[in-house]
Design a protein around this ligand. Structure first.
Ligand code: 1GP
Length: 249
């Protein structure tokens, strides 16, 4: 995923659509995949905190049949490793203080990942309070970063970068009522030289624009597109417009 690093340097923006294998229904997925031809995206993220079916492989096969968009796993735990994807976000939950999600699960996953052939993307994962408790905060038994403390997020990201993490992911949580604030995105962007991923509650073109303008290099959208497939063209256009201005500059 060197593209993410070169995007960070060039100022180009990217969008990923998050597919939660638990919520997918085959016809809806195929329609969405077909629409990404006319309304391009950069990545599919596949995963969720709780996955209750053995469908990762099937979902990945379906994506491959219809598009050539790279597929990145967004795992909730080592059970979600599926070698047929392209890459995996190797998440260290640095907003929390639960050793299981900072290093414990990683030890369990490491030998399988080594054999998998997946590209490993060491990622500092920061949950940000969105007003209600999220599944991932509950399952990981961690407290999210306070919504209005961009300085704490910036210091957390700096420490993550110093530890060698290569991507930073600010996540307000799936279906968050309020996304990560532009102030926090800007503070993290200024604090590290790494690509910054932002997700959770981005369910309109305006929110996508705000996140990108504040400094997100990659936005992740799940629920918004699940609930309204017509959001895809809007979001794809917002990203393309940003990138046209980069080319012009
Ligand atoms: C959640 O960042 C992702 O982990 C996406 O969130 O489903 O709210 O878009 P949404």
């Amino acid at each position: 995923m060197t593209i993410l690093r070169s995007n960070r340097l060039s100022g180009r923006k990217a969008i990923a659509v998050l597919l939660d294998p638990d919520k997918l229904e085959q016809d809806g997925l195929i329609n969405l995949l077909k629409r990404t031809v006319a309304h391009p995206i950069d990545f599919f993220l596949v995963g969720g905190s709780l996955v209750t079916n053995y469908v990762h492989k099937e979902v990945i096969e379906t994506i491959r049949r219809h598009t050539s968009v790279p597929i990145i796993l967004f795992p909730g735990n080592p059970l979600h490793i599926e070698p047929s994807a392209d890459a995996i976000l190797f998440l260290s939950l640095i907003s929390g203080r639960n050793p299981e999600f900072l290093i414990g699960q990683h030890v369990i996953a490491a030998p399988l990942l080594k054999k998998s052939g997946l590209e490993i993307l060491p990622t500092g994962y920061m949950l940000v309070d969105s007003g209600t408790q999220t599944t991932v905060s509950y399952v990981s038994n961690t407290m999210p970063l306070p919504h209005d403390k961009p300085g704490v997020a910036a210091c957390t990201a700096m420490a993550g970068e110093m530890l060698g993490l290569q991507l930073m992911y600010l996540d307000a949580g799936s279906g968050a009522r309020r996304p990560v604030s532009p102030d926090m995105i800007a503070a993290v962007r200024a604090a590290v030289d790494l690509p910054v991923i932002v997700g959770g509650g981005i369910n309109s073109g305006e929110k996508a624009y705000e996140a990108l303008k504040a400094g997100a290099d990659l936005i992740v959208v799940g629920n918004g597109i699940e609930q309204d497939p017509d959001l895809l063209p809007q979001l794809s256009t917002v990203v393309q417009e940003f990138n046209q201005s980069v080319v012009r500059a």
